[in-house]
Design a protein. Structure first.
Lengths: 282, 474
């Protein structure tokens, strides 16, 4: 167990030990990992109003720089629910309850992409040895775990394999780092890359996909397990899963390039769990 | 070249001087403008570079301290995207060991490479200048956090606009100064030509060196009583004075001719008086011996010879006094006349006269009669008065290859310095002292000849060389 995971576990314990945190009125606080579009205040605002309309209560969107901060926020109760990544969900599976899993292009799955600059000749991970690599976040499945577990399978660690690893804390930042030439390669969320390819094609055009991972469980919405039966959490979960039935909800889904949000199922994340096992078993 | 400039009209010279001064003024003023512009530009550039680096230090300090490659890059990248204008071309940030953390263009400066390659040709912030003419200037500055240097920033600034501004200003100044100079030179020329018109007038009337100045017509003198008008009037007065003096000299020379004859008058009176006694005796003899034809014939012959001599003498005197003799060519008879007039003077003073005419009339007739007679007579009179009683005086006329040599000698004490000056130099002299020597000099000069004076073995020889004259056809 590394230092970060230890701290994460410790905060979980702290959260459990501190129930009944003070809440501000009826506002529902939704934590957002910097999955994508984190740089666009207009999109965030439209998303907030769409969620509020769908739920019937005001919704506050709370952004943090790292996945760890958002996960900790759920665990310590400073957010009511959060859109997190499958990797931290599995890390804290016992303390978290799934509220829904987004369906993207017909299935609740996505891939991790290994990307390089558009003019780079690399064809596989091995070609990138000894160069600078961009990870999104140490707690991201697509932005860290996939590549780290791939390396673990060949008996390598990122620290040894790459001359330097840079954490950009954002999938879009990974694309920027690779496109701008700061790093030679990067590990990025396939859903984010594809979405960026339609909203910001000039950025993704400067990068090229080297390998795609197998299909893995899409980053889910989750709440603290202890509060899963709370009325507002229940109402928020129902609103999420019924987004496609209201115009405001369809707006929100459209903003996120998602089809809908369906009932969550822990088995969706078995692929991620397997990679976690590979990583910790090295 | 300079001597040629000296011959330019004064208006052109003044205009040229104006142009020269204007160009100097233009250069000095342009230099001032450009140096002020340069100072302002440099101050602006330094302020810009300082703000840029200070801003980077504030934004990047904590990230550089943590060596957070992404955050450094992200900050630089966003700053580049947000920057108004394109002044910042490239920025690279390194840690305190000089290893690159990030750059606006990571391909130029990859992460972990040495910043040293970019540290070449850099200047410190206080030395930033656009004066070098390069369109890019590279600045290196330390990156400090809480007074501690944690890294370095190297920034390339695009200063092509400032360089272009400086160049355009220089060109504008050049064009402006050239136009201003041209306009002022033309204006200066016109004004100067107007102001200096009286001076031009004066220059024209002064004539070349040696020419007689011509008075300026009163109508040409500017009416207002300016300094220049007074100058022109003074010039006219001076020109008048010079004319008056020339006229006086001419009259003096004219008089000198009569002085020569005056000197001869007593000798000539004797010359006429002496035969008269013999002639009167002859008439007595005829009266007394009227009946003796041989005596009458003898006396009549005597009377005839005496009267003929008197006729010759009076003719010579008349000839000498004739006012208009300019048309007559010189001939040997002129020298016979001269001898007739002059010999009594030597006889009176018991002086020996040597008279050698070694020239034919053919050779002599190339020269005019009157001036040569006057020259010879004046020189002979001077020689005779210089020679002592019972001394010797001589005249010789010789043909030479390129003209005629007339030499007069005596055994006197030689010419005084004043007399020599009158005979030889052009300097103005007071009248008197030496009979007509100045007239001799003027006449010889008028005939294009030369005068020489030589003294040897107690004799003074004055020789006059006259080229064949152009006055009369030979």
């Amino acid at each position: 167990m590394n230092r970060r995971r230890f701290l994460s576990g410790a905060s979980t314990c702290a959260a459990i030990g501190l129930p009944g945190l003070v809440r501000a009125g009826q506002t529902f606080r939704l934590g957002l990992t910097p999955v994508f579009l984190d740089n666009d205040a207009v999109v965030i605002e439209r998303l907030r109003s769409a969620f509020s309309d769908a739920m019937g209560d005001p919704v506050d969107l709370i952004q943090r720089r790292t996945y760890q901060e958002i996960t900790a926020s759920i665990l310590d109760g400073s957010v009511d629910a959060a859109w997190i990544c499958g990797y931290p969900y599995l890390q804290h599976r016992d303390s978290l309850a799934l509220l829904g899993v987004p369906v993207w292009r017909g299935q609740p799955l996505y891939q991790s992409y290994l990307i390089v600059g558009a003019d780079d000749a690399a064809t596989e991970l091995e070609d990138l040895r000894g160069d600078v690599h961009a990870f999104s976040d140490p707690d991201s499945n697509s932005g860290y775990l996939v590549t780290a577990s791939d390396l673990a399978r060949i008996g390598e660690t990122p620290e040894r394999f790459f001359s330097r690893s840079v954490y950009t804390y954002g999938h879009r930042n990974v694309v920027r780092a690779v496109a701008g030439g700061l790093t030679r390669s990067g590990s990025v969320d396939g859903y984010v890359w594809e979405t960026l390819a339609s909203v910001e094609p000039s950025l993704t055009a400067r990068s090229r996909i080297v390998t795609r991972s197998e299909w893995l469980g899409f980053p889910p919405f989750a709440a603290h397990a202890d509060r899963a039966s709370d009325a507002d959490v229940q109402r928020f979960g129902a609103a999420l899963r019924g987004l496609e039935s209201s115009p405001a909800g369809r707006d929100a889904l459209q903003l996120l390039f998602l089809d809908r949000i369906q009932e969550g199922d822990a088995t969706l994340f078995d692929g991620i769990a397997a990679r976690m096992a590979d990583l910790s078993g090295r | 070249m300079l001597s040629r400039i000296g011959t330019w009209p004064i208006t052109i010279r003044v205009a040229a001087a104006t142009a020269g001064l204007m160009i100097l003024l233009g250069l000095a003023a342009s230099q001032q403008v450009l140096s002020t512009l340069g100072r302002l530009q440099d101050a602006r550039l330094r302020e810009y570079a300082r703000l840029h680096v200070e801003g980077l230090a504030v934004a990047l300090g904590p990230f550089v301290l943590r060596k957070d490659v992404w955050e450094v890059y992200d900050t630089l990248d966003r700053a580049r995207a947000n920057a108004s204008g394109e002044r910042i071309l490239f920025t690279v940030v390194a840690d305190e060991q000089g290893r690159v953390l990030a750059a606006t263009d990571p391909r130029r400066a990859p992460v972990d490479s040495e910043v040293g390659a970019f540290a070449e040709d850099t200047v410190s912030m206080s030395e930033v200048t656009a004066a070098s003419g390069d369109s890019v200037v590279r600045v290196m500055a330390p990156l400090s956090v809480q007074g501690r240097v944690v890294g370095h920033v190297v920034t390339e600034l695009d200063i092509s606009d400032l360089v272009a501004q400086r160049r355009n200003t220089a060109l504008a100044l050049l064009a402006g100064n050239a136009a201003a100079t041209l306009i002022l030179v033309l204006a200066g020329y016109v004004v100067m030509a107007r102001m200096l018109r009286p001076v031009e007038l004066l220059t024209r009337h002064m004539g070349e060196i040696g020419d007689t100045p011509l008075p300026i017509p009163e109508a040409a003198i500017p009416r207002p009583d300016t300094v220049l008008a007074r100058l022109l009037r003074n010039f006219n007065d001076m020109a008048g004075a010079i004319d008056a003096r020339t006229e006086a000299e001419r009259r003096l020379a004219e008089r000198e001719r009569f002085v020569s004859l005056g000197r001869l008058s007593s000798s000539l009176a004797h010359e006429i008086n002496n035969p008269l006694g013999g002639l009167l005796n002859a008439t007595d003899t005829i009266r007394t011996y009227a009946d003796r034809p041989d005596v009458v014939r003898q006396s009549t012959d005597l009377l005839d010879r005496g009267l003929r001599h008197l006729r010759d003498v009076s003719r010579a005197i008349l000839e000498e006094n004739r006012v208009d003799r300019s048309g007559h060519p010189l001939s040997t008879s002129d020298f016979e006349d001269l001898r007739l007039l002059f010999e009594p003077e030597t006889t009176r003073r018991k002086q020996r006269l040597d008279w050698k005419i070694e020239s034919s009339t053919d050779a002599l007739q190339c020269l005019p009669s009157a001036p040569v007679r006057q020259i010879a007579l004046n020189l002979l009179l001077n020689a005779s008065s210089a020679a002592p009683e019972g001394g010797a005086v001589s005249l010789s006329i010789q043909e030479e290859k390129d003209g005629l040599l007339l030499a007069v000698s005596d055994d006197g004490p030689g010419l005084s310095e004043t007399a020599l000056a009158r005979l030889m130099s052009e300097a103005l002299v007071e009248p008197g002292g030496g009979v007509g020597l100045r007239l001799v000099r003027d006449l010889v000069a008028g005939l294009g000849g030369t005068v020489g004076c030589d003294r040897s073995e107690g004799r003074t020889v004055i020789s006059v060389r006259l080229p064949p004259g152009e006055v009369l056809p030979c």
